[in-house]
Write a protein that binds this ligand. Sequence first.
Ligand SMILES: [Zn+2]
Ligand SMILES: [Zn+2]
Length: 192
Amino acid sequence: MSESGRLTSETSWILRVSESEANYWATYVVDGAMMISFISWDAFRLGYSVSATAAMFVLGLAAWTLTEYAAHRWLYHWAPALTRSGHEKHHDDPLAHLAMPWFVTPILFLPPQLLVAGYYGVSGFSSFLGGWFFGFIAYSFMHHSLHHYKPNWAWFRHLQSQHRIHHALPETNYGVTMRFWDRVFGTEFVKK
Ligand SMILES: [Zn+2]
Ligand SMILES: [Zn+2]
């Protein structure tokens, strides 16, 4: 098979996984399990104090909010990569169950966690990752809810209309759970 032929079949395999509904819900299970294991690592293996664990968790959560903005703006809308073509599908069909393959986060996050917290025994790193994953899961569910549910809460309807604007004008409103980073980077949609 030619190089490009092989590349196409590899990519289509990954796209097939990311378009399956089983994968969509599996990501919650896998990421949730990683979050719990990361938090327990600091608490039970390294004997990290509850307050320090909580502080690192909050720091990780704050780091997530910037990740959410940066990933959406640059990985999903700018980089000429698989992430962009995957996200284009979401813009075309917002109700489809599309998600990154479930094995991507363990491949990216388990090795550094095992090295830093497991091998070197550094406390706090795992709770930081736990907070980051909590943000990631909350974002995923929020994004799902913005497209699938219609509760009558003012704050929710507001986020929903902000995200609808992003779908119509993709250079605005990259933040899904909050508008803070759009204000910082000047990409917030403002009515003229
Ligand atoms: Zn969307
Ligand atoms: Zn988008």
